[in-house]
Design a protein around this ligand. Structure first.
Ligand SMILES: Nc1nc2c(ncn2[C@@H]2O[C@H](COP(=O)(O)OP(=O)(O)OP(=O)(O)O)[C@@H](O)[C@H]2O)c(=O)[nH]1
Ligand SMILES: [Mg+2]
Length: 349
């Protein structure tokens, strides 16, 4: 089985659709779902665009997701006809449309296909500097994701990591990393990192990361596009595609991510690629986002309370009564034009 041909990437909401377009441009099967006509226009002439009728954005109300599926039968009918084995859902957890739809669509796919498909999720986490609602949505969406059973790997993209670069850099880096992982066809002595091992990693429940090993192993954990790893050293599979030599030691990876059940290695890759799956969800980081939302709300509540106490009390301005103008004022001496006209009149008399 060729993994790429057997993969369907589905973008939910604006961010999810933008990232999915990169996969469409690389020849993957794709679907796009969003309520906003304007956002969908940015995609240009793509196939399989589903405009979620009646939901021009969820206006911040992520709980509208079920109603949205109820009202958009064409989209759910297409979800029931997916032929590919691997379905990748891409969405930002900070928004409302993609964030709200993510869990209900994943559950829908589970209900339709059971264990016949590998469902991979790609939640994009908001920056810590974003608004309260983005953090609240993110927290709730990850809570929902954690409550789902039978979902495979989850790639937590973290927008915090684009310092000095733009969000498009995160999108492109992820698309290029996942494509390199999916399409790797390297072969060499003494072993290959074959498709079944890669499928096993994609089916592995828990967090997954992929990294080019350009600048040393320490960059795998600190300088990449993924959310900070949970520091409990839980993982299930480690996969390494070496370039031409044994350029990264498995022990060094294990020291960073913990002891895996399986290690798969291949040689002769276009570059050195490291993948780790079956890790714990980055709950410490998600909790931090949740706390930002709670603290932000407390601060707003305090400010609103203080604002209500503001008033404008009556002040004594010590007004002084206007002086009365005397009636018997001497007529002022004429000057200017009036004086001239008066002089002429007098001279003519
Ligand atoms: N990495 C990345 N993040 C993005 C991009 N565009 C938006 N975001 C993030 O996505 C979040 C907003 O989600 P959107 O996808 O715009 O929202 P939505 O799913 O369309 O939902 P609505 O709120 O209903 O519009 C914010 O946290 C943004 O930082 C992008 O191109 N790349
Ligand atoms: Mg939107």
């Amino acid at each position: 089985m060729e993994i790429k041909k057997n993969t369907m990437v589905i973008g939910l909401g604006n961010c999810g659709c933008k990232i999915t377009k990169l996969f469409a441009d690389m020849g993957y099967s794709t679907m796009f779902a969003n309520g906003s006509e304007q956002d969908l226009k940015v995609l240009g002439n793509m196939k399989n665009i589903y405009k979620l009728e009646g939901y021009d954005g969820f206006g911040g109300h992520r709980e509208k997701a079920m109603e949205c599926l109820r009202d958009n039968a064409e989209f759910t009918e297409t979800l029931e006809k997916i032929e590919q084995k691997i379905v990748i859902l891409v969405y930002a957890v900070g928004g409302s449309t993609g964030s709200g739809l993510s869990a209900v669509v994943a559950q829908y796919l589970k209900d339709v296909y059971g264990d016949d498909k590998i469902i991979v999720t790609v939640p994009v986490l908001p920056k810590e500097s974003e608004a309260i609602n983005k953090h609240k949505n993110a927290y709730q969406a990850v809570q929902e994701l954690m409550s789902l059973e039978g979902v495979g790997a989850t790639f937590f993209l973290d927008n915090n990591n684009c310092e000095g670069k733009d969000l498009k850099w995160i999108n492109k880096t992820f698309a290029s990393l996942l494509d390199a992982f999916i399409t790797d066809d390297s072969w060499g002595e003494p072993n290959n990192f074959d498709e079944s091992e890669r499928l096993e990693m994609l089916a592995d429940p828990g967090a997954m990361i992929i990294s080019y090993c350009k600048d040393g192993i320490e960059k795998l954990l600190t300088d990449n596009i993924f959310a900070p790893l949970q520091k409990d050293k839980v993982c299930n599979n480690v996969g390494v595609i070496h370039q031409d030599k044994n350029d990264v030691e498995i022990d060094t990876i294990v020291a960073e991510v913990g002891k895996p059940l399986n290690v798969s290695e291949g040689w002769g890759g276009k570059c050195t690629l490291i993948a780790v799956s079956g890790m714990s969800f980055p709950v410490d980081h998600i909790q931090r986002l949740g706390k930002l939302a709670v603290d932000g709300q407390k601060e707003r509540q305090h400010n609103i309370k203080m604002a209500k106490e503001q008033s404008l009390p009556t002040l004594d301005f010590n007004d002084i009564e206007k002086p009365k103008i005397k009636n018997n004022i001497d007529k002022p001496k004429l000057t200017g034009r009036d004086a001239l006209l008066a002089m002429r009149k007098k001279a003519r008399a």
